[in-house]
Design a protein around this ligand. Structure first.
Ligand code: SF4
Length: 253
């Protein structure tokens, strides 16, 4: 991804003052969106580990350092310029170990007005420490997504002002009532873009890498698969946290 680090915060540096200086930039992004033909993107879905978003390419460069924070933020910026107003971060590691999610989430909320979904994989409840950490975000623009084992999904609960949604509103094995991946950008923790989370790791559905170029061009590549074959389109845990699925169950999306 052609990105410049100038003016963007590092993990530790991100602060309120900084966010206040980027309004001009945001206006430019909006102008850009109105004068170019874009895909109708609504959701950005990114997988995160405690190491951040790595540069590794399909595991071949697993020793590579993580993408720099400004590159993360560029991904958010580009997705926002394409129309994304939701960012879902699927965390493979415990929330308290994923430090990079805080500046990224704040950037998405404060600069682009996006709603952030924090998807805590394999978690069914929030600890007190997690609750405290999450409360640093704009809670009106935050949803926590947890895997629910109950049959009585979807469910929406409030925990200390935090809105919690089930990450799996539809039982495994059913045909997903999703809007499909056309309105979504999915990035795994190695920076590889796939059609959606269900087909992550399946080379047939690999679209590119965040460093391949501008997201707009990657997504508009006629060779890029933007739907999943009906034969394999079945709800699995790979669909957990999928914003295109949640949108069918939660009116707010
Ligand atoms: S991850 Fe599942 S629910 Fe989401 S777009 Fe793909 S098939 Fe549909």
């Amino acid at each position: 991804m052609a990105a410049k680090s100038h003016g963007k915060p590092g993990i530790v540096e991100a602060d309120e003052n900084y966010f206040g200086t980027v309004k001009t930039f945001k206006r430019k992004l909006k102008a850009c969106k109105t004068c170019t033909e874009q895909e109708d993107i609504t959701y950005l879905w990114v997988c995160v580990t405690a190491d951040g978003l790595k540069k590794g390419f399909c595991g071949k460069k697993s020793g590579d350092s993580p993408l720099a924070m400004y590159q993360w933020l560029n991904i958010i910026d580009e997705a926002a310029s394409l129309g994304a107003n939701w960012l879902v971060l699927s965390l493979a590691d415990p929330l308290e170990e994923c430090e990079s999610i805080w500046p990224i989430s704040k950037w998405a909320q404060q600069v682009h007005g996006m709603t952030v979904g924090l998807h805590l994989k394999e978690c069914a409840s929030l600890t007190g420490k997690e609750t405290k950490l999450i409360r640093q975000l704009d809670l009106d623009k935050t949803r926590v997504l947890l895997r629910c084992t109950s049959k009585k999904v979807p469910e929406k609960i409030e925990k200390q002002g935090i809105t919690v949604w089930t990450a799996n509103p539809q039982p495994d094995g059913e045909k997903p009532k999703c809007l499909g991946p056309k309105r979504m950008i999915f990035v795994n923790e190695n920076g590889v873009l796939y059609t959606c989370g269900l087909v992550e790791g399946n080379n047939t559905y690999r679209i590119g890498h965040v460093e391949d170029g501008r997201l707009k061009h990657i997504l508009n590549d006629p060779e890029a698969p933007r739907k999943v074959c009906d034969d394999i389109r079945v709800v699995t845990p790979g669909c957990d946290g999928c914003p295109a699925l949640l949108a069918g169950f939660f009116q707010e999306m």
